[in-house]
Design a binder for this molecule. Sequence first.
Ligand code: FDA
Length: 304
Amino acid sequence: MLRRSLLYLSEQPWLRRWMEHSPVSRKLTSRFVAGRTLANAIGVLQRLSDENILGTLDHLGENVNSLADATDSTNAYLEALAAIEQNGLPATISVKLTQLGLNFSEQACRANLRTLAERASVNGCRVEVDMESSAYTDRTLRLVTELHSSLPGHVRAVIQAYLHRSESDVRMLSARGIPIRLCKGAYQESISVAFARKAEVDANYVRLMKFLLAEGAEPAIATHNASILRKAVRTIQEQNIAPDRYEFQMLYGIRRDLQRELVRRGFRLRLYVPYGDAWYPYFMRRLAERPGNALFLAKNLLRR
Ligand code: FDA
């Protein structure tokens, strides 16, 4: 119930406008968001790199209001790619297609995504295409698949284990050699398209993860779930899977204990590092994942 309400609020533009301009916002968001500027985010990537952790930069912003805003987002990512290169950082970028104009023109969005992947390919970098709600799944996978055929290795898809369709998507993408980030899924979906119970989502996650570890192209196992992580490590050890064939991914600011533990044991870990002013929908999805976080928000707002 709380999860549903928070996900509903995450899509309300009036609340988004108010929250993003609120004086308390910096304090509220600092746990999950690296900062407002690219310089803040690069500073975080540098610190992570010192700890042997890779990064993927998310310039926050989704569901932009015009194609001009989509061009601005593309330019912000071009700056991020240039900064990654200048600083010699082991980082990728993560983009949402509604940020690159998908709601207005698939053609313009395709062109923006290609611009980023071509720039990323110059220094051996990669564009990770986040997955949004199921209304976008077909179009997102179509654009990723097209891009992979001309720039193989420079684009990664995201699959959400809560969707019923995901097993067939994982097989389709893997057959084409397209790298996949496997996550559970963070949006409000109906039971006609998604598993309703957490136990079903977790079970599907483990099934898809085992398939990807055995047959996927450079899968990224994106979860903070300690039990699933133990299963992943067991599969890797039992099947003697080489360390360069996969990586783990987690979100900036979540389960730092598990992050440190994976690195200490010599596993490759990449953190998803969001930055920018348009933090509201991202932040609300993080609250929805954990009721305790909503309590933290309420306390901080009341303290004002
Ligand atoms: P699960 O829900 O099983 O929780 C396990 C534990 O993790 C919890 O007990 C708690 O300790 C901790 N935890 C999890 N979430 C927390 C939070 N918000 N705050 C504090 N603690 C928390 N989704 C999507 O739909 N599209 C996408 O493109 C992506 N991309 C993505 C990239 C990366 C690198 C990650 C790690 C995740 C995503 N996600 C995503 C989000 C994902 O779908 C999912 O909502 C979250 O990762 C939570 O599920 P878990 O499997 O991590 O943990």
